[in-house]
Unconditional design. Structure first.
Lengths: 115, 113
């Protein structure tokens, strides 16, 4: 199992550009989520999905879009990048969406800089 | 709403010394509690978790944590720190219904030789 994979590892964007961060998991997990990590603020939930075709907003959803057409993939789209979106982005997945009892597995992260 | 506070942003300990990282949470019921570790440039790895039962839980890499309901705390401990423990540590509280985690701000641990 590859676990949770993310691409790219690093990205630099100019203000106003759009891009998609890719996330895939091969564990047949029901729950997938995106977090951003900023110094001193821990990880904050952007969007999450409880299954294919079902997504919802987390704590900081503005400026981001998600969809989940398959169980395996959960891409995060930045529609018009802003410097405030400079951050490290983590994708995570978990066996079930109904309880946090089950471990969330994290990808290696994407470091995004918006100039 | 649930929240997690890690009061120490940075901690430095000598190799071989004991370690305690503090975590305080706010939640309406008995929460699910987690400690994750993030090595430089890596994703997060689960160290240990608490759901119910024995309030002292053992994790990987020799870590343990104690749940104290009266203090709303879930502090992480290790009796003897190794240089490889240098990393950032995150405490998190999990919803009982649904799978959302709320993280604390993290504590960066440095280990002196």
């Amino acid at each position: 199992n590859a676990g949770v994979t993310q691409t790219p590892k690093f990205q630099v964007l100019k203000t106003g550009q759009s891009m998609t961060l890719q996330c895939a998991q091969d564990m047949n997990h029901e729950y997938m989520s995106w977090y951003r990590q900023d110094p001193g603020m821990g990880l904050r939930l952007i969007h999450y999905s409880v299954g294919a075709g079902i997504t919802d907003q987390g704590e900081v959803p503005n400026g981001y879009n998600v969809s989940r057409s398959t169980t395996e993939d959960f891409p995060l789209r930045l529609l018009s990048a802003a410097p405030s979106q400079t951050s490290v982005y983590f994708c995570a997945s978990s066996r079930t969406a109904t309880s946090s009892r089950y471990e969330q597995y994290f990808g290696p992260g994407t470091r995004l800089t918006v100039t | 709403a649930q929240s997690v506070t890690q009061p120490d942003i940075h901690i430095t300990v000598s190799e071989g010394a004991s370690l305690e990282l503090r975590c305080n949470y706010s939640y309406g019921a008995t929460p699910y509690l987690f400690w994750y570790v993030q090595s430089p440039g890596q994703g997060l790895q689960l160290l240990l978790k608490y759901f119910s039962g024995d309030t002292l839980v053992q994790g990987i890499k020799g870590f343990e944590a104690e749940f104290k309901r009266s203090q709303s705390s879930f502090n992480l401990r290790k009796p003897s720190v190794h240089w490889s423990d240098a990393a950032e540590y995150f405490c998190a509280v999990g919803a009982i219904a649904g799978n959302m985690l709320t993280f604390g701000g993290g504590t960066r641990l440095m280990v002196k030789p």
